[in-house]
Every structure is written in C-alpha cells, then in structure tokens.
Write a protein that binds this ligand. Structure first.
Ligand SMILES: [Zn+2]
Length: 564
C-alpha cells in the first residue's frame, strides 16, 4: 500500500476529551473517527490491526475444536423470553419492531441462538462436545460510553459456546479455552492475568476474567505479589478478624440530637469521634425483601457478597420512599435498632465495643451502642482494600487497575434447562446439556495493545498486530534515483509477502519521520542520498539505526521478523 493512497488522517496535536492513552492515540493516528456518543468509524489502519488480531483469535479457537459460525444480529423477544433475558437485560439492550409489530432485540450476547444451534445439530452423546464461535458486531446501550472504542455502544466480540454431556467434560473444555486465551494474548504480546470473577447478569456457576494490567483500567484487581493470588476486587474474601471479647461495662444506648448533619464527616466532627467508632447502616432490596447491612464507618458494603450470601439475583439500595414507607425511618439516620428487618453485619462490627449509629429518626443518632443491643448475623460483607490480608497466604494485598479483555463462564444448565436443550445419553435417556460461554472483546484487546506499547512518541506496535510491519520512507520523492530505487525495494518486499507501506508522499522527511513514530511501525527503511552507494537506513522503532546494503534488505527484514 502507498501512503499517498492510504486513508490515515493523523493529527498533529492531541485530541481533547480522552479518557485514556489508547483512545487518544487511536484518534491521533487516524485509526478511528468519532461519529457520535459511543459510535465510531473504523478507518483502514484499524481494520488492518483488527484483521491481524482476529486472525490470531480464529486460529487459536479452531485449534481447540471450535467451529466458526455467524448468528443473526436480530433476536426475537419470544426467544429471549424463554431464557428470561428480555427483561433481565434491561435498558442496555437495544430493542426494535418489525413491520408486523414483532419485537426484536439487537443481540447483546447469543446464548439463546447457541442453544438453538445445539438443539438442531446434537442428538446423541456422540455429537458432544459441540463448540461454536463467531466474531461479530454486538450492541449495548451503554449508559456512559467512554474510553473511545474501549466502552462503546457497538463493538466486535468473539463469542464462543460449548455444550457437554457432563460437568466434568465442561470443566475440561473450559480449561482448554482458558489456555487458548492465554496463548492468544501471549501471541499479541499482551500482559494478561486470569482472575476469578462474579458471573453477574450472565448467570451460571464459575467464571474468570482476563485482565490486562493498566493504570487507566476500569476494573479493580487485587494481587498478592507473594503467592501470586489474583482476583477481581469485589470477589476477594476478607478474613474474619480474631474475636475480641467485649471488655467494657454495659451501657444503655443514648439518643443524641444531631441537627443539620448531612454527611458522615460532619457527624464525626460534631461528635468528635473517629470513623472507626461509627457503623454505617444501609437498607437493600434483595429480590423482593429488604435487609439491612452494617459495616464499620470507613468500609464499603460489598453488595456482590451480600447477594451471593442471600442467594438473590438482584440487589440494590432501597429508595428513600421504600425506606420511609416500609420502616418509617430516614436515609441518613438508619440504624440497627429497627424492628422487622433482618440485619447482616460485617465481621469487623462484631469486634467493635461502643459505636454510633443512626437512631431511625430525623436529626438523631444513638451512641453507646454495642452488638448486644440488636440481633444480627455476622458475615463477610465489606469490600477488600489495599493492604488487606491475602486470603491464601495472609500477606498484604496490592490493588491495581485493569481492563477486562475476555471472560469465560461455566453456565452449567442455566440456559439449557430453560430452553430444554437435550441429547440422548448412553443409557438411551434424554438428558439436559451443560454449557459454557466464552468472550473476547476485539476493540478492548486492540486498546490494551496500544496502552501497553505506547511511549512518549506514539504507538510502538508489536509485529503481530502492527497495521504494517515495514514503513518504507523515501526522503525526497521528487528525486528520480530515490523514487525508482524505492519502487524496486517496495515491489521486492511485497513479492516476498512482507507487510509494507511506502511513504511516497511529497512531504518533508521530518514530517514523515514524526508520522512514522506516532503511528508506530515496527521497522522503517529509509531511502535517501545514500542510494547512490546502494545503501539504505534500517531503523527499527525500538532499536538503533543501521546502514545496510540494498541487496541485504530482505535478509535483514526477515531476521528482524524472526526476532520480534
Ligand atoms: Zn498471597
């Protein structure tokens, strides 16, 4: 490809309003162009990178026996009603109507179609495992698109689904996919860790996320540098502290007037107490009932842990009206001395002596409260924090940020039971299949590569995903010797199957160098005055420049490719 014909609108200055480096560099190097909130044009260099990334994904998925298919993008409400996801997905799912008023969704993921395909082509246990995947456009009506294509409203996902005759065989395949994912990310040069995750809205039993560690990441990850433990922060168990006996003489709770107090800080100031002597009380709606959660004032309630403990699907903070109506108390003054509500308190609260809580009455709190004044169940309820003990070895945990690139789930029979996806087992009986699903976000993977390989000059693409591996720069395109030699070298590289771009533009050479460093081709070959001596400059993006003979170009390029 010639640079003069290639649509790659680089920008001299940084674009404004970027959330991260990859968004800034994709815009600046002309990979993408914003259309509107969460929607982007993908330009030719992005398409070339995407082709290379998806080629790696295709190869590794097919290596483990996944068949490449494509599902329709439209999914009918009838089908999504069978799995219960028409309602479960909520506002994130785009919905539309056809000319006969039949309702459809633009698919956010495709478990239902995968089940239908399995139902069509699997009859007996001999047809299992049945594994399929697609690389396709997905749509989600993100409440707040951000990070460029990192979290957009339209994106490309590799989604795979597998069906099995036993949980054991599902586990085997799940591990194969995990290994394939690690191979994919390794081939792309990415530093990725697999962390245990909550399966959230997808349902199912076990799941892991593949995270690229990155300062601007949108997920919190806890790692233990000592034993290698790594997990999504929300899933990290907090150890039960050693039980401390209650040593003080029993005092009755005492009501105190706390007028015009709106925040915890104001309350602490007013009462001149430490935040560790305050207990936060919150009322949650867990499916259809209400529960109260208590944590020490400086901690946060982990609602994922609470939902898991209560075995409920939906959990959210109760609204002001619900609290008023059901418990006759006020947000900001909730406390555990309240009737008719089940209370769950974090282990730490059990060890507190006297503390302050809300009095369930506007402008009043209670002091001298201890756990003997109310009935609660003590569980692990708080979010882990930096410095908390590693649940495996007890050493302090470190918190880092990461971006989720992939996710694997053991769904079990969550979908196959609802959609009645069965096969005939060895005993000739009908049995429900067990299922797994596995995703990789293509744009998120490309963003992660940029985040990891950017430097102060621009992107330093690894060979495996660079839009072009070699950039051939002609110093003065108006010089006939230079132009002719460049064309010969260009054709020679093309014929050898080398991925080459020829910067044949009538620009100053300094400008071409800047563009090349910004876009980040792994290797530049520069044809200038020295061509009269049959010599060119061989300039890798991340290594020293060499002067080489024209006849050695192909040898040197191949050697470079072997090493990188
Ligand atoms: Zn550890």
């Amino acid at each position: 490809m010639k640079f003069s014909k290639f649509l790659i609108p680089t920008m001299v200055n940084n674009p404004s309003d970027c959330d991260n480096n990859s968004q800034r560099l994709m815009l600046r190097t002309g990979m993408i162009k914003k259309v509107s909130n969460g929607l982007y044009f993908y330009l030719p260099s992005f398409m070339r990178v995407m082709e290379k990334v998806t080629r790696v994904i295709n190869e590794e998925m097919q290596n483990i026996g996944c068949n490449h298919v494509k599902f329709p993008i439209l999914v009918s409400k009838d089908l999504l009603d069978m799995s219960g996801r028409w309602n479960a997905f909520g506002k994130e799912m785009f919905k539309l109507q056809d000319r006969n008023d039949k309702l459809y969704a633009i698919s956010p993921t495709n478990e239902e179609y995968a089940c239908l395909l399995a139902q069509n082509f699997v009859t007996s246990y001999k047809d299992l495992p049945f594994a399929i995947y697609q690389i396709q456009q997905k749509h989600r009506d993100e409440i707040r698109p951000r990070g460029g294509v990192m979290r957009a409203r339209e994106f490309i996902m590799k989604d795979a689904y597998s069906f099995h005759d036993s949980d054991e065989n599902l586990s085997d395949f799940y591990n194969k996919v995990k290994n394939a994912y690690m191979t994919i990310f390794k081939r792309l040069g990415l530093n990725v860790v697999a962390v245990n995750a909550d399966s959230g809205a997808m349902g199912g039993e076990q799941s892991q996320e593949f995270m690229s560690i990155c300062e601007t990441g949108d997920a919190d990850i806890a790692i233990c540098e000592d034993c290698g433990f790594v997990a999504n922060l929300e899933t990290v168990p907090c150890l039960k502290p050693l039980q401390q006996p209650f040593t003080l003489q029993y005092l009755k709770p005492e009501k105190i007037h706390t007028p015009n107090i709106k925040t915890i800080d104001e309350l602490l100031n007013f009462l001149k107490i430490d935040i560790k002597n305050f207990v936060k009380s919150m009322i949650f709606k867990a499916d259809n009932s209400y529960v109260m959660a208590l944590v020490r004032g400086d901690r946060e309630v982990n609602d994922v842990k609470l939902a898991k403990y209560l075995k409920v699907k939906n959990i959210e903070l109760a609204s002001e009206e619900e609290i008023k109506k059901n418990f006759n108390t006020e947000i900001g003054f909730i406390g555990p001395l309240l009737q008719n509500i089940k209370i769950y308190a974090d282990y730490e609260v059990e060890n507190m002596q006297y503390f302050v809580v809300g009095a369930n009455e506007k402008d009043f709190h209670l002091k001298n409260v201890s756990c003997r004044d109310f009935k609660a169940e003590f569980i692990d309820l708080r979010c882990a924090e930096q410095g908390d003990c590693c649940p495996v070895c007890g050493k302090p945990l470190k918190l880092v940020k990461g971006n989720e690139l992939g996710h694997v789930f053991k769904l079990g029979k969550h979908y196959t039971e609802k959609l009645n996806i069965t096969f005939v087992n060895k005993d000739g009986k009908n049995q429900t299949m067990t299922m797994g699903c596995y995703g990789i976000g293509v744009e998120r993977t490309i963003s992660a590569i940029i985040e990891q390989f950017a430097d102060e000059k621009g992107i330093a693409w690894p060979v495996s995903s660079a839009p072009f591996v070699v950039n051939l720069i002609t110093v003065d395109i108006k010089n006939q010797e230079q132009k002719q030699a460049s064309e010969e070298i260009y054709n020679k590289l093309l014929n050898a199957g080398i991925d080459v771009l020829w910067d044949d533009r009538e620009e100053r050479v300094g400008f071409k160098f800047k563009d090349s460093e910004l876009i980040g081709f792994p290797l530049n070959i520069i044809i200038g005055k020295n061509i009269l001596n049959n010599q060119v400059e061989f300039q890798p993006r991340l290594a020293e420049k060499q002067i080489i003979d024209v006849k050695d170009i192909l040898y040197n390029v191949r050697e470079f490719l072997n090493k990188n």
